[in-house]
Design a binder for this molecule. Structure first.
Ligand code: DX5
Ligand code: ZN
Length: 222
């Protein structure tokens, strides 16, 4: 099923609660929360306390994207803050299998993310325990970058493997998703679309979300 996950990185941080409510009213499925530590990526955003502060503002699914060096240490904190899905990077310093297990044990859905230069096969050993794989379509760290079409091959590889094993796993794309790039991503096999600039930068967030959704629905056929 197609899901749209607006990234708060492009929102008005001084009004994060109101921005979350606005996204829910605009028809978003998830709220994408980008956590950056200035180590795994060259940028710092926010952590669990900020996520906790908006948890009671909305019933949107909290889709937490950890771009941090030691995710294993903080899984419990993000669970307590109200995360529903926790995605961490395969390239981080934490052991991947143990981190997946910790997320699942906490009661959250687990996702693994891969950067543009990381092979899709890296996540294969963990697929049975995952709810989502996030294929980054830009280098993580900043909003407003251009979509990298060369990452589409990895989505095809992943979707083929997921189907071959008969699993029900979402493939998320993040970075440079807009009206032009949502179609190639959906036709490659992605079904969860993160969009920062394309939603928060639009005059009408509701129209932006429904356009992305309908374009994705037209192109996704798996
Ligand atoms: C980048 C973040 C993204 C970012 C996407 O590292 O993971 O979620 O907010 O922003 P746009 O949609 O503007 O490329
Ligand atoms: Zn993200």
């Amino acid at each position: 099923m197609i899901k749209i996950s607006p990234s708060v990185l492009a929102s008005d941080f001084s009004a994060l609660g109101a921005e979350s409510i606005r996204m829910e009213k605009s028809g978003a499925d998830y709220l994408h929360l980008d956590v950056m530590d200035g180590r795994f990526v060259p940028n710092i955003t926010f952590g669990a306390p900020v996520i906790k502060s908006i948890r009671n503002k909305t019933s949107l699914v909290f889709d937490v994207h950890l771009m941090i060096d030691e995710p294993l240490k903080y899984i419990e904190d993000f669970k307590k803050a109200g995360a529903d899905i926790i995605t961490f990077h395969a390239e981080s310093s934490s052991p991947v299998g143990e981190t997946v297990d910790k997320i699942v044990e906490s009661g959250c859905k687990a996702g693994i993310s891969i950067k543009p230069n990381t092979a899709a096969e890296v996540v294969f050993p963990y697929l049975d325990k995952l709810s989502m794989v996030l294929v980054m379509t830009v280098e993580p760290g900043f909003g407003g970058q251009s979509f990298m079409p060369e990452t589409m091959e990895k989505i095809k590889t992943l979707r083929a493997e997921i189907n071959r094993r008969g699993l029900d796993i979402d493939i998320q794309v993040d970075g440079g998703i807009n009206e032009k790039t949502v179609e190639p991503a959906a036709s490659a096999g992605a079904n969860v679309f993160v969009a920062g600039s394309a939603v928060f930068g639009a005059d009408d967030a509701s129209a932006a979300i429904s356009t992305l959704r309908s374009l994705a629905e037209k192109s996704f056929s798996f």
